[in-house]
Design a protein around this ligand. Structure first.
Ligand code: FES
Length: 175
C-alpha cells in the first residue's frame, strides 16, 4: 500500500518514483546508500516512513538505515526550512562571540542546531568558516551575509525574514 497521503509534499510523482526504485532494489542490501541518495535528491530529506520501507524491502535493519543517514552529512531526516541560517563557529568567529550568537538563535527559535522550526521557516546549521573571517562573527541566512553579529542583534535579523515572509503571504493572498 502506498504511503503517499502521509506526506505534505504535493509531488506524488516523486513518491511513486521512490517506491519504484525501492522495489527495484528488493533484497539488494548493497544498494542502500544509492537508494537513500535517490530519496534525498527527490525530496530533500529521507522521511521516517520511507526509511522503514527501504529497510523492509532491501532487507537491512532500520538501525543500519539510520546509521547511514546520520553518518553522511548529506542525508537529512527532516525537510529544511525556507531560510537556512548558517552560524559560523570557525576559530575567528568563535573567539569573537559566535557561541553566544548561536545560543541566542536557538533560544529565539526554540530549536537546536541542525533542526527546523515547526512552521518550516528556519533551519539552523553550524558551519566551520564562511570565508568572511574579517566580519566575524558571521552568520548567513540563505544568500545574505550578516557580519559582526552580536547576540542582541539576533532578534532583529530574524524579524527581517519573518517580515519578508509576512509580506509574501499578504501578496499571495491579495493576488
Ligand atoms: S571563521 Fe567564521 S567566517 Fe571564517
Amino acid at each position: 500500500m502506498s504511503n503517499n497521503t502521509e506526506h505534505k509534499c504535493e509531488c506524488a510523482e516523486a513518491y511513486l518514483d521512490i517506491e519504484r526504485i525501492i522495489e527495484q532494489n528488493r533484497g539488494n542490501r548493497g544498494a542502500l546508500v544509492q537508494v537513500l541518495h535517490y530519496v534525498q535528491e527527490r525530496l530533500g530529506y529521507v522521511p521516517k516512513d520511507i526509511q522503514v520501507k527501504i529497510a523492509e524491502t532491501l532487507g537491512v535493519s532500520l538501525t543500519e538505515v539510520y546509521g547511514v543517514i546520520t553518518f553522511y552529512s548529506l542525508f537529512r531526516e527532516k525537510p529544511r526550512g525556507k531560510y537556512i541560517i548558517s552560524s559560523c563557529q570557525g576559530t575567528a568567529c568563535y573567539v569573537r562571540g559566535a557561541p553566544d550568537v548561536l545560543e541566542r538563535l536557538e533560544k529565539e527559535l526554540g530549536i537546536t542546531a541542525g533542526d527546523t522550526t515547526d512552521d518550516g521557516l528556519f533551519t539552523i546549521e553550524v558551519v566551520r568558516c564562511l570565508g568572511a573571517c574579517g566580519l566575524a562573527p558571521v552568520m548567513t541566512v540563505n544568500e545574505d551575509t550578516h557580519g559582526r553579529v552580536t547576540q542582541d542583534k539576533v532578534p532583529a535579523i530574524l524579524d527581517l525574514y519573518r517580515k519578508k515572509e509576512e509580506a509574501e503571504t499578504v501578496h499571495v493572498a491579495g493576488s
